[in-house]
Design a protein around this ligand. Structure first.
Ligand SMILES: [Zn+2]
Length: 273
């Protein structure tokens, strides 16, 4: 690729696309995409039909055109291989593609778009732009035929993807990514807000539980502390009482002795006079 000299490498779109081209350089079992030799803003991609669906044995090829504002604006996806789910040579209506710029997020990538395309294949078209509602048999037939389909630029497409053994590691990664993608697509449909709320409320329940436990611990500690303090107090009090009673007894004796002395002196004076 001699693209580096052709483009302004300071442009965010160019920088981003060059990075993505590097990341997607190696084909996986499920998808592959790379820019055309002479145009960084047009890519060709190949995806494998999702397993356990009527697209299972299919390999599908297409074009991705990227706006100059990418990744602020979404890519456009155009399928070229007949598949029975999406019209060929037409911009696809995926919530991730150019038809729905409001749902696109700049953190998503060409890889995200390809995973979305694979995930959308077995879903019902519901008459949206570029969707076809072929029967399962027709789609299976097209899937079988797809392996011999040729791109004018890339040639035979069935050998553009890696085989399953080579990419068992990347597969688990993409599944995790797909899961994340699904949950994020649920989110922008507005149904996941309740899930988020539920998660939030569970965590707040956790917090309040913890708070309750902590409070109880503090309370019990306080009780222990106060009871031991009380015990200490009572010991001290009893000691104090003993001291006090001893003092009282001592003073009483002295007073009695003094009074006896006074009585004795006055009696002596009376008798001596
Ligand atoms: Zn091609």
């Amino acid at each position: 690729m001699s693209l580096e000299g052709k483009y302004n490498t300071k442009s965010p779109a160019v920088k981003r696309l060059m990075r993505e081209a590097q990341e997607l350089h190696e084909a996986t079992n499920e998808y592959h995409a790379c820019p055309l030799d002479d145009n960084l803003f047009e890519w060709h991609f190949t995806v494998r039909g999702p397993p356990s669906t009527e697209f299972e044995s299919g390999v599908y090829h297409g074009r991705i055109t990227l706006p100059a504002e990418y990744p602020m604006k979404p890519p456009n996806i155009i399928l070229l291989t007949p598949n029975g789910r999406f019209e060929v040579q037409k911009k696809l209506c995926l919530s991730i593609s150019g038809h729905h710029p409001e749902t696109w997020q700049p953190s998503w990538s060409i890889r995200t778009a390809l995973l979305a395309l694979i995930a959308f294949m077995p879903t019902p078209g519901n008459g949206t732009i570029g969707s076809l509602d072929y029967s399962a048999e027709e789609r299976q037939k097209l899937a079988k035929k797809s392996s011999t389909w040729k791109c004018d630029i890339c040639g035979r497409i069935d050998n553009l993807l890696a085989n399953a053994e080579q990419t068992s590691r990347t597969k688990s990664n993409t599944q995790a990514e797909e899961h994340r993608l699904n949950s994020s697509s649920v989110q922008f449909q507005g149904t996941a807000s309740s899930i988020t709320e539920a998660t939030l409320s569970t965590s707040s329940v956790d917090i309040s539980l913890n708070e309750g436990l902590r409070q109880r611990l503090i309370d019990s500690q306080r009780q222990v502390n106060s009871s031991s303090a009380q015990r200490k107090n009572s010991v001290a009090n009893s000691e104090q009482l003993t001291v006090q009673s001893f003092n009282n007894f001592f003073w009483r004796i002295i007073i009695i002795i003094l009074m006896l002395g006074i009585i004795f002196l006055s009696i002596r004076r009376l008798f001596l006079v």
